[in-house]
Design a protein around this ligand. Structure first.
Ligand SMILES: Cc1cc2nc3c(=O)[nH]c(=O)nc-3n(C[C@H](O)[C@H](O)[C@H](O)COP(=O)(O)OP(=O)(O)OC[C@H]3O[C@@H](n4cnc5c(N)ncnc54)[C@H](O)[C@@H]3O)c2cc1C
Length: 309
């Protein structure tokens, strides 16, 4: 119930207006978000890379309904990539992009606008010596995102995809995308979907995650295992061994601020661990999804809100 309420709150304009006036330094926000500016994101990347981790930086924003905003977000990525390159951090850094933040949601032409913008970002990433990964959003956008991915990969085959185990279709998508050169991040999925499309029980999502992992680990691509779940991390390691994958032929990914000790522990064992680092002033929906995953954080968040009123 609380999860559902928080996911609904993630789309509420009124609540967003209120919560978004909190300074990003409010403890609950800064725990999950690296800052509001590109400089702060680069600084977080420097810290994490210095500690033996890799990063994927996400300029926060989604569901953009305004063409100029979509273009501004595209430019924000270009600037970020230039800064990462100047800071000598590109090798350990990828960028994660939500297509809805760069035009996908702009009506009939949305997909074309997103494709043009993502090509600009992919070129900037290539010039900087790094890569782009498309985040995956709600179930209604999956076909469109995979189609933009296919087009983008014609010129930028290094572009990564995300697949979400909560959807029934994902095991088949994993098999389709488990080919050589294909980078696929597998996550549980941070959205809700109707029962005919999505698993409703957490245990069924976990079972699907394992089936999807098997397909990815057995394939020729580069699996990126995005979870904080200790059991799934263990299973991923065992499957990698079963398929004779060496460390470095797959990676683990976790979110900024979540299980940092586990991130360092895996890296110290020689695993590649990439931390997803969100930054920017559009942190509201991202924060609500993180709270929905772990209701234990919600009390702290509500107290922060009340102390403002
Ligand atoms: C790198 C990355 C990229 C992602 N990209 C996307 C995307 O593009 N699209 C999308 O829909 N979703 C994305 N997600 C979010 C993902 O789908 C899940 O919503 C989120 O990761 C929580 O799922 P989980 O696998 O960690 O499992 P959960 O079910 O949330 O947690 C499982 C277990 O992990 C442990 N755990 C979790 N959180 C904590 C904590 N704070 N402290 C201690 N232990 C904890 C606990 O043991 C818990 O029982 C991404 C996640 C990651 C890590």
């Amino acid at each position: 119930m609380l999860r559902q309420a928080l996911l609904t709150a993630a789309r509420s304009g009124r609540l967003k207006k209120f919560v978004s006036t909190m300074p990003v330094s409010a403890a609950i926000v800064s725990r999950f978000v690296a800052g509001e500016t590109a400089d702060e994101a680069v600084e977080a990347a420097r810290r994490l890379i210095g500690g033996g981790l890799q990063v994927s930086l996400d300029h926060l924003g989604e569901d953009t309904r305004d063409r100029e905003q979509a273009d501004r977000t595209t430019q924000a990525y270009v600037i970020l990539l230039e800064r990462l390159s100047h800071a000598g951090l590109s090798r350990g850094a990828d960028v994660s992009v939500k297509l809805s933040s760069i035009g996908q949601a702009l009506g009939a032409n949305g997909e074309k606008i997103a494709l043009d913008n993502v090509r600009t970002i992919a070129l900037a990433a290539r010039n900087a010596g790094t890569t782009v990964t498309f985040d995956m959003e709600d179930h209604a956008s999956v076909d469109s995102t995979l189609s933009v991915l296919q087009e983008t990969r014609r010129d930028f085959p290094e572009t990564g995809a995300v697949l979400q185990a909560y959807l029934h279709r994902t095991e088949a998508d994993c098999r389709d995308l488990a080919h050589e050169g294909s980078r696929v991040r597998l996550c549980k999925g941070a959205y809700d979907g109707p029962p005919h499309l999505a698993y409703q029980k957490p245990h069924d999502v976990d079972l699907s995650f394992v089936r999807c992992l098997k397909a990815l680990m057995a394939g020729q691509g580069y699996p990126m295992v995005a979870t904080h779940d200790p059991r799934l991390i263990e299973i991923a390691g065992a499957l990698a061994m079963r398929h004779d994958r060496s460390r470095g032929s797959y990676e683990f990914q976790m979110l900024y601020g979540i299980r940092p000790d586990e991130q360092r522990r895996l890296a110290s064992l020689g695993d590649t661990v990439r931390v997803y680092v969100p930054y920017g002033d559009q942190w509201y929906a991202y924060l609500m999804r993180r709270l929905a995953e772990r209701p234990a954080n919600t009390g702290f968040f509500l107290r922060s809100l009340l102390s403002r009123t």
